[in-house]
Unconditional design. Sequence first.
Length: 290
Amino acid sequence: MLKEWPLVAFTILGQTAVGVGLFVLLPVCLSGGFRGSGPSREALLPALALLLGLLVAASALSFFHLRHPLRARRVLANFRTSWLSREIFFELALMGLLALALVLVWTENGAGLFFRLVAGAAVLAGISFLVSMSKLYMLETLAPWKTASTMISFSLTALTLGAIAAAWIVRSAAGDRASGLPGLLGASLLFIAVDIFTAALLTPFYGALASRPEPTLRPPARTLRLLHLGRVTLLALASVLLALSVLPDGLGASVTPGPGPVLSAAFVLVLAAEVAGRFLFYGLVPRPGD
């Protein structure tokens, strides 16, 4: 399970980038650019730079999982039939669109129709990247992964980490008076609650409504149970911190730029919870020799 850390890093970083992109770029598409009611230019610049950094880091770390990294150049050859090819294609498309969007915002050309089209295309590429990533694991021969819980789990990771990361970026740029911050904090609380609910009910083998594993001679997987309980506990603690931060004059509130210690701690807890959940995901399917 631990040897799957490159895939854990790739999926978590990639899904975070998709989530932040949804919460940052979708308002831009609807508002007419950073001069409208969407995120400010001061928030968009670090957000776009972070998204590119996350995707580059995810791509680099994924190579540690390959036995023959040089053969990765052929990965796009089977776009019509392979979800892996589609995953990489949409990741590259997303990276290119984000780079173009970053240049447009940097040169203060992010208020026109062209920028809105680029932002919209990036959102669609991100969603396609997330869907391809999920479908790649939903194989008929792997019962714990072929259920809808895989798509739900990956999507919630993107939405939960995306919302709280976007809130962290916006507060860092403009403080508590930033436009859209209350909505991002509220979305973070909502998705954390949904994440806890679905994890408690749908996590394969450990959720209340999930199927149970078939009889086996393998010893009980205590580590997986601990990861499941740890994930739910960390998400619950993060929700408490977020609730405190959104109260009037809440902990960590600041009118000056800066994320505040409470929001930062909540983000770290959510990130740790999603990492635990992803190691649990890979541990659900035993490898030969486990």
